[in-house]
Design a protein around this ligand. Structure first.
Ligand SMILES: COc1nc(N)nc2c1ncn2[C@H]1C[C@H](O)[C@@H](COP(=O)(O)OP(=O)(O)OP(=O)(O)O)O1
Length: 237
């Protein structure tokens, strides 16, 4: 049986705020919960009754204290994170914003910090970020990605005791949406990598490593393109 087969998804958002003029990006250090101790964009579960975009704006406000007008929030990608032997996939709607209002502030969940494009801390981020964040920064978006992750071998995970928590990705409370996916139609980018191994000199970026991934330059044009199990996501680009 395919260890990456899923029967449903949770709908999540992820926002990167980009300061084009100064060539830097705003990331947040996750203090607790799923992905704790990693730097990431801002986001979380889409609440019932919310669109992904509304959820993204709400999470950005909650986690970084800033507001983005809906017209200024651009869809940069749709990423489907699949975890080995977990039938719940994470359907993650990724956005970027070049403008915001308000003062950036820390909260109990996230500590925001600017990073120059040249100093993005990929070694302390989810391992998939290095595959797609550069596309966002270079404007090579939108993209669709199917990213399969598996747990690092135990000895390595054990050495990450003080690292990432939230070890069961589907254990956190559910959000709206219930969709599974097939590959989207072919785009002009097609990147595939298989079974990247963790090396001792690679700093820890969590208990998971990429098993394989596929990225392409096209968002599914219609929800049915990402539905496998008869359920259909309701999302907007
Ligand atoms: C698996 O790979 C992932 N890579 C990246 N870059 N980001 C990920 C990955 N898996 C999840 N994420 C992102 C998506 C969301 O922005 C957060 C998870 O959100 P969380 O579970 O913390 O949602 P909240 O609604 O904030 O949760 P609580 O209110 O329950 O704390 O990580």
């Amino acid at each position: 049986m395919d260890p990456f087969r899923i029967t449903s998804t949770k709908v999540l958002t992820l926002v990167t705020v980009i300061d084009k003029q100064n060539q830097r990006i705003l990331l947040g250090y996750k203090k607790r919960g799923f992905g704790a101790h990693l730097w990431n964009g801002f986001g979380g579960k889409v609440e019932p009754g919310e669109t992904p975009k509304e959820g993204a704006i709400r999470e950005l406000e909650e986690e970084a204290g800033i507001t983005v007008h809906p017209d200024k929030l651009q869809k940069t990608g749709l990423l489907l994170f699949l975890f080995e032997n977990d039938t719940v996939g994470l359907e993650t709607h990724v956005y970027k914003a070049y403008e915001y209002e308000g003062e950036i502030r820390e909260c109990d969940e996230m500590r925001p910090q600017w990073f120059d494009f040249a100093d993005i801390p990929y070694s302390q981020m989810w391992p998939d970020d290095e595959t797609w964040l550069p596309l966002t920064l270079k404007g090579q978006d939108p993209f669709f990605g199917r990213i399969c992750l598996k747990r690092r071998p135990l000895t390595e995970s054990a050495s990450l005791e003080n690292g990432v928590s939230g070890l069961n990705p589907s254990s956190s409370t559910a959000s709206s949406g219930s969709t599974t996916s097939t590959a989207a139609s072919a785009g002009n980018l097609s990147t595939t990598m298989t079974n990247t191994s963790f090396t001792a000199d690679q700093p820890s970026n969590g208990p998971f490593e990429i098993f394989d991934y596929h990225l392409e330059h096209s968002l599914p044009s219609a929800p049915h393109e990402i539905a496998l199990d008869g359920t259909v996501a309701s999302y907007e680009n």
